[in-house]
Design a protein around this ligand. Structure first.
Ligand SMILES: [Zn+2]
Length: 358
């Protein structure tokens, strides 16, 4: 068999727009912190292997959330938060990411970190330090929880707006989109948008195209977390393409949670060919077992994306980001350079990404 030369996807510059805070933790760090605090982790996390999950029914989703909560409980101090963010930034850099937008619901960390405001300030401080140390630009989306009261979401939206010029760039809504209505959170999203933040709620993952439409119509979404189920509705695909709404598609997450059976079932090509801007994301590497570059590798392996197409996916991630012009231009130039470089023969050992990039 001929060996087709391939370019290393880890060297492809890109932006990462869908990563959750605790979900970004390294497995080794989870185990170390649990040990440090003498905490007992559920077997599914203690093994160090990605757990078997299936969230297509409520019980499965509940189990996923319980595991997430258990993992979050090891983050108990400013030092832990700083470590998490620094390691996430290092892993981003190793995967070719030059820009990260990480989402956090500060409510869940607040009891141990002295309240909502100290939590946000701790996260933003950690982000600034990690960014300086690694050269990866990092900004924060504050995300409300759909399972909680819409008034809580409004409180978080106001908090997010307060830090709009200090590292918070967007407002999200996560958790089970089959619960309640997007509309219940419209006031919170209005506060966020009027405060200059990007609205980026989850939709079209566990529920179908109507959930994506609700995000657009009721929440003024400028970007959609997942949005992958839009593929079931040609009119919606056209709308997303026309309005250039980026969908933060997380293929490995979709397969891990059973949204799609196999990697090749994720309708990546359908979305791409419809002209919907995409930003591949890892969602929760801790629970799904793969990071950012692996999503691009999956596009190549399971969907036959060529290097030109992978470069276009990377450009879309950059264009869909809130990175300032100098960072965008640097990343876009880097993508062109990646394409122009002569690919290494398949099977060659890829060189590690140079430290200090950016
Ligand atoms: Zn997510």
């Amino acid at each position: 068999m001929d060996r087709v030369p391939v370019r290393d996807v880890r060297r492809l510059p890109k932006a990462h727009l869908h990563l959750h805070f605790t979900g970004s933790m390294r497995t080794a760090t989870l185990l170390e912190l649990a040990d440090k605090y003498g905490m007992h982790l559920p077997e599914a996390l203690a093994s160090g292997e990605p757990p078997k999950l299936r969230a297509t029914d409520e019980r499965g989703w509940f189990r996923f959330q319980r595991l997430y909560d258990s993992a979050r409980a090891v983050l108990r101090s400013e030092e832990d938060i700083a470590r998490l963010v620094r390691e996430a930034a290092e892993d981003e850099r190793a995967d070719g990411s030059g820009w990260l937008e990480i989402q956090v619901d500060p409510t869940s960390y607040a009891p141990l970190l002295g309240g909502l405001i100290p939590t946000v300030e701790t996260v933003l401080g950690a982000v600034e330090d990690a960014s300086r140390a690694t050269g990866v630009g990092i900004r924060v989306l504050i995300a409300a929880n759909r399972m909680k009261h819409p008034l809580d979401a409004r409180t978080l939206a106001r908090l997010a707006v307060r830090y709009a010029d200090r590292g918070v760039v967007g407002f999200g809504l996560s958790n089970d989109e089959r619960r309640g209505l997007a509309r219940d959170f419209d006031r919170a999203f209005r506060i966020a948008r009027e405060g200059g933040l990007l609205a980026a709620p989850h939709g079209g993952e566990l529920a179908g195209p109507e959930s994506v439409r609700d995000c657009l119509d009721d929440l003024g979404a400028g970007r959609v977390g997942h949005g992958v189920r839009a593929a079931e509705d040609p009119a919606l695909l056209r709308r997303l393409a026309e309005e250039q709404i980026t969908c933060e598609v997380c293929p490995a997450s979709n397969v891990a949670l059973g949204v799609y059976e196999r990697p090749e079932d994720v309708p990546l090509r359908r979305l791409f060919e419809a002209g919907v801007p995409l930003a591949l994301g890892a969602d929760d590497p801790l629970l799904f077992g793969s990071r950012l570059a692996a999503q691009y590798q999956l596009a190549r392996d399971a969907h036959g994306f060529t290097d030109e197409e992978l470069a276009e996916l990377a450009r879309q991630s950059v264009r869909g980001s809130l990175a300032p012009p100098d960072v965008r231009n640097r990343l876009l130039d880097g993508i062109d350079a990646w394409l122009q470089a002569v690919p290494a023969p398949a099977g060659a050992v890829p060189q590690p990404v140079a430290a200090g990039r950016g």
